[in-house]
Design a protein around this ligand. Sequence first.
Ligand code: SF4
Length: 695
Amino acid sequence: VIDIGQPEHSVVTTCAYCGVGCSFKAEMRGTEVVRMVPYKDGHANHGHSCVKGRFAWGYATHRERILKPMVREKISDPWREVSWAEAIGRVVSEFRRIQAQHGRGAIGGITSSRCTNEETFLIQKLVRAGFGNNNVDTCARVCHSPTGYGLKTTFGTSAGTQDFDSVEHCDVMVVIGANPTDGHPVFASRMKKRLREGAKLIVIDPRRIDMVRMPHVQASHHLPLRPGTNVAVLTALAHVIVTEGLVDEAFVRERCEPDDFAAWAAFVAEERNSPEAVAKISGVPAELIRGAARLYATGGNAAIYYGLGVTEHSQGTTAVMAIANLAMATGNIGRPGVGVNPLRGQNNVQGSCDMGSFPHEYSGYRHVSDDATRAVFETMWGVTLDHEPGLRIPNMLDAAVDGSFKGLYIQGEDIVQSDPDTQHVVAGFKAMECVVVQDLFLNETANFAHVFLPGSSFLEKDGTFTNAERRINRVRKVMPPRNGLADWEITVAIAHAMGVAGMDYTHPSQIMDEIARTTPTFTGVSYDKLDAVGSVQWPCNEAAPQGTPVMHAGGFVRGRGRFIITEYVPTDERTGPRFPLLLTSGRILSQYNVGAQTRRTANVMWHDQDLLEIHPHDAEQRGVRDGDWVRLASRVGATTLRAKVTDRVAPGVVYTTFHHPLTQTNVVTTQYSDWATDCPEYKVTAVQVTPSNGP
Ligand code: SF4
């Protein structure tokens, strides 16, 4: 970070990294950022920040930013800089050609959780109204899509139930499949404060995350389960609650579907779901499971916080439902201090899902087959809309390999580095005839692109992000787009060239007005309101004009809460003599996801490579010492990285991050995915680790 002097003015905006959604004052000198100061009136962060939001914004002016549109005939050709008009013309003529030759469904669009709500809404509008199909998806596919499906099924809406302030009323926290001190540091500080005040902590995670043992705070229970056994352990917790008479009978009677509860209670009470039986599957001692269940059910206000260690499994959706079952059975829903709290990874995962970027849903989680919903958009957009769900990201790649999917517009997502089974992903991209990448940098996916449209950073755009507590925060432009066009303007230019009507916006506030007119949970949202009150949490409408901090207070969105039977089904990914270890993965504080931004800031000094954590026992067996190069191989691929010998992981389990393109961790992850949503099973891969001489 270069000190360029004293600021002249400041602009309040929102961090573009994680789902906490911290507000910052960008202190400016002309159009240059002097520093980012955590905003004391920010409702999500109250003046706090982490190292990413505070310091890792320099990528916006990094020398590797691409600022001119580029095209090429074949992916082996060099890029050629062209005008915006030529680039947009190329996109549209190629997409039209492909549709004429291969059918309307041969193209699609992918948006990112890094995009604003307005950008995401426009992408799905372009696909539905311009491409004439529902082939639109978001990178939430590969992280929290099971949250969407699971919570909609059980509670009636696809969102976390609480605001962050709720943690101040919490007596028992369950953290499962999340590592808040690295992934959601500012909210983790609030959790730690509450723990120091006396709240109890249960951690369910294969790895001994920092929260298990912190200065002044320790988890009372750490359940170090074998990767892939979340559903078994969560159901065993329910077994204890049901068989020991710890159910909140009044809550269940008044708020939940009685028949579903009865069937669920009988199921969880079966002996095969007992802690003793599940101990053999999960490796967690039965007494630990019993103790955790008793504490959760009887310790006062109990809240569950979870992350991708829950969702990124073949039973990700089942695990989300199992969490919802626990909250309903114990009456821990609908008031401060309790609830089901998905810790969203990226800044706008929640908003990306809210805005209709799934192939089966319009904004506000309304199915594309619903005639009344389609009629709203058909009237607004002046087109006839497809009533069949479109292709999800993995379906698009499969269809590309099969030859029926030929063109893709990707905004802000590096699929080649972030999606599992890299070899299959690459095969899909190589088979396409027109790949359009809109991004800040020539990322790994751009290696397979025919058109590159330079995107703009969060500092160059107006819009909104919605954080993990459903809070809609304003993103404000502090400098003009260095590439000449904001991202939303690029989508509008493509839409205009394709003849899509109703795209005559002059400012993103008008896009939000359209979202409000078409989405029942957003009817009370406008830029004027956000500027006046700072932020609001949806639903924000006639029934809740000031927004909704805690959901399901008087009743569930779907009416009565629905218990779902959560049968444990082991993943098809199995260990064996060739691949005896289980790999799981996560993030580190200073880096972010595939690192496209943080690697282009000084943060890279704190974590310049991905490391493989391996238990001393497993390391010794393989002749591996701390710092050695090792080869990490699975049934689908192999990579090389350095070993970190540590007892943070149990014997039989290894762990790494996925921030660096040289490691390409996802060359080893498999194509197994969640049964309901196709969310990839990143968290369980059978691997072997052997000594190596380096890459
Ligand atoms: Fe940004 Fe998340 Fe850090 Fe807040 S906690 S500054 S939103 S990365």
